[in-house]
Design a protein around this ligand. Structure first.
Ligand code: APR
Length: 236
């Protein structure tokens, strides 16, 4: 055991807000994507059936931007936790900024923008090395590739694993999520009652049913570095 390494488990539930300072749009905040686009036309299986070209284009635009942006101070602060705690990140985000910042244990609930999967065999998943996924790009079994994203109305394959992770948490950090999309938002119900929960979001509102919530009404890039220093000092 390294000196200064606590056996406490820290679990971070992150959402689009942690990537906002990297230049990636959120969904429901300010100029969020669902304020200017209809998710029904872009992020559902029905949308894919109706107009796959529009869906491919929507995700290609977001993927193209992802190759041009960098992790921010919020992502980097979470990496520092790993030197002191067992740290798991459960993210609703489909960007790879947690990984690129250096986080070692990242579980994606809603898929990954830089991956594509077979429309015939969901076990065939491919990492895209450039931003464009085209109609006609096929899997090894000859079927069209689709974005490796969990669309509205689709199952969240990693939710069971996420629940197990949250159950083990001794400390929880919830950053940059409006907590409006289930089952991700319901993960908090699985946290032990007694543990401290830190909510980092300029518009943080502690869910009425949660005790022990510390709200930090700051942007992730400001609030997380301070919180990480405090947690290392207090529990590290
Ligand atoms: N730092 C921290 N939080 C921020 C920042 C910032 N710089 N900027 C905005 N926020 C907060 C907003 O106040 C809001 O509470 O981030 C939250 C973003 O909420 P949403 O846009 O709803 O994003 P999210 O909660 O991740 O959405 C969940 O919905 O459309 C689906 O699959 C999509 O994963 C997404 C899911």
């Amino acid at each position: 055991m390294r000196p200064g390494f606590s056996m406490k488990n820290i679990v971070v539930l992150s959402g689009a807000g942690i990537s906002a300072e990297s230049g990636i749009r959120t969904f429901r905040d300010g100029d969020g994507l669902w304020r200017t686009h209809r998710f029904q036309d872009l992020a559902t299986p029905q949308a894919w059936e109706k107009n796959p070209h529009l869906v491919l284009e929507f995700y290609n635009e977001r993927r193209k931007q992802l190759f041009e942006v960098q992790p921010n101070e919020g992502h980097k602060a979470l990496v520092r936790l790993e030197q002191h705690f067992i740290t798991d990140i459960v993210t609703q985000n489909v960007d790879d900024l947690h990984e690129r910042a250096g986080s070692g244990r990242v579980l994606h609930l809603h898929g990954e923008l830089k991956k594509a999967r077979s429309t015939k065999n969901p076990n065939l998943v491919y990492t895209l090395d450039n931003w464009e996924l085209k109609w006609g790009d096929k899997c090894e079994e000859g079927s069209q590739l689709r974005p490796h994203i969990v669309w509205f109305g689709e199952a969240v394959p990693n939710i069971g694993l996420a629940i197990q992770i949250v159950r083990q948490a001794d400390i929880m950090i919830v950053v940059g999520t409006s907590l409006q999309v289930y089952p991700a938002a319901g993960l908090l119900d699985y946290a032990k009652n007694s543990i401290p929960v830190y909510l980092v979001d300029p518009k943080a509102e502690a869910p009425y049913y949660m005790k022990n919530v510390v709200t930090i009404r700051e942007k992730a890039g400001i609030g997380l570095p301070k919180l990480v220093d405090e947690l290392i000092e207090k529990y590290g």
